[in-house]
Design a protein around this ligand. Structure first.
Ligand code: ZN
Length: 288
């Protein structure tokens, strides 16, 4: 058993809120308990929505909360060559094709949300804390055999074989997912030229040697295809995964990035100490 390396990976598309604090608490606690190291990854792959002032604020709030990473942060916006190299490998395997489909066209072809389990489908109120909340749709493979030449304005997809991916979640036990049925071929780069969350995070977890992924339940459904993609990229052993509960919205109280009740900035301004903010975040979790 090698050294344990985990990561905290916020997207700088808003300020830190209680949902992030829940994740940070899980990441640092479990990783430290196991004698591991925590890396910090700024997931600014979405160039249109990421902003430098959000990143600065996130780093400052994390430091205030006492969550210290073991290395300086890396930024996905500076890792384009790494993603290009990963994509080239898949291209050589004949697994990459250009896709011109818009979101509306994909929705028309079959409006099927990209989820795995009934449990996931039935929890629409989960707070999407760590990635843009644009729910992914199942891609029906429209462009798979069209042979479009790669060009600006087209996305790039990775062919996924119809595999069954089994993994043991450290909290939830044995999981079984069928990525190709579930979501179709994986979008690696979108039509705006942005690397996607699924692709960039999987490449980063591989290249950074991440052995333990700790994140919210909203990403449980993505795990099978990230395992499959990592294998195509040459990863022998997938990382361990732990998916934890998320703070739910209540009927009368919405929880979102723009909500002052949950923003770490606002809680700091009200004079709350770090320990109390962390306590508040954990107390906001649904009871199990
Ligand atoms: Zn297409």
């Amino acid at each position: 058993m090698g050294a344990i390396i985990s990561r905290f990976a916020p997207a700088p598309t808003g300020f830190l809120h209680l949902g992030h604090v829940v994740n940070a608490a899980w990441v640092w606690q479990v990783t430290r308990q196991r004698g591991g190291r925590v890396l910090l990854r700024i997931e600014d792959h979405d160039r249109q929505r990421s902003q430098a002032h959000f990143e600065a604020a996130i780093l400052e709030d994390l430091a205030w909360l006492g969550f210290a990473a073991d290395e300086p942060p890396v930024r996905q916006s500076e890792r384009g060559e790494i993603y290009e190299a990963a994509l080239s490998r898949l291209r050589r395997l004949g697994l990459v094709y250009a896709c011109g489909c818009s979101r509306a066209e994909i929705a028309q072809a079959g409006p099927k949300a990209c989820t795995t389990t009934d449990k996931e489908a039935n929890t629409p109120d989960v707070v999407q804390a760590f990635r843009p909340a644009d729910a992914e749709l199942r891609y029906p493979g429209t462009c798979a055999e069209r042979g479009l030449a790669e060009a600006a304005g087209l996305g790039l997809r990775v062919r996924l074989a119809p595999t069954v991916e089994r993994f043991v979640d450290l909290r939830q036990g044995l999981q079984e997912q069928r990525p190709s049925e579930q979501c179709g071929d994986l979008l690696a780069r979108d039509r705006d030229g942005n690397w996607t969350y699924q692709f960039a995070a999987t490449v980063d977890d591989l290249v950074q040697g991440i052995t333990l992924v700790i994140r919210g339940d909203d990403l449980l459904a993505s795990t099978g295809r990230q395992i499959q993609l990592a294998r195509l990229l040459g990863r022998g052993e997938p990382p361990e995964f732990l998916h934890h509960p998320l703070i739910m919205k209540s009927p009368d109280q919405k929880l979102s990035k723009s909500d002052g009740d949950t923003g770490i900035r606002e809680l700091r301004a009200r004079g709350l100490p770090p320990a109390q903010v962390i306590e508040m975040a954990m107390a906001a979790l649904p009871s199990e």
